[in-house]
Design a protein around this ligand. Structure first.
Ligand SMILES: [Zn+2]
Length: 135
């Protein structure tokens, strides 16, 4: 068997590399900062935020929320929102699902009032630059 397949691209994932050959780093289209909503010109391909200050602000808030949300999400998911498992576990699952839902709505509303990016758009943009939550 002969190998007549086209040569593989080397050293390039092919993801988001929108520069022409020889073009300098930079020059990516302006994108909105999730924290402040302002358009900025990224200095590197995978830059999500306009400044490290805004990156830190977003991530610190997500960390604080995550500490509360992670256990609720675990229990809600494991009990399928309180429809699986022992009766006492189902009750805990229903409470977890309720609280998770309530907090998610509260934080979504807070974020909207503060002019932050909607969460689905944030996740889309993160995935587009190579974010892998399972990696
Ligand atoms: Zn910003």
């Amino acid at each position: 068997m002969t190998d007549d397949s086209p040569p593989l691209l080397q050293g390039c994932s092919g993801k988001g590399h929108n520069r022409l050959p020889g073009q300098q780093e930079g020059g990516w289209a302006p994108r909105p900062c999730p924290e402040c909503g302002k358009l900025f010109e990224p200095k590197v391909r995978n830059q999500l935020f306009c400044t490290t200050t805004h990156n830190t602000a977003w991530n610190n808030r997500a960390t604080v929320r995550g500490r509360v949300l992670a256990p609720l999400s675990m229990v809600a998911s494991i009990t399928r929102n309180g429809t699986r498992g022992k009766p006492e576990d189902r009750e805990a699952g229903r409470a977890a699902a309720r609280n998770q839902h309530f907090l998610t709505q509260r934080w979504r509303d807070e974020d909207r009032a503060a002019g932050r990016m909607e969460w689905p758009e944030y996740m889309r943009r993160r995935l587009a630059i190579g974010f892998d939550p399972l990696g």
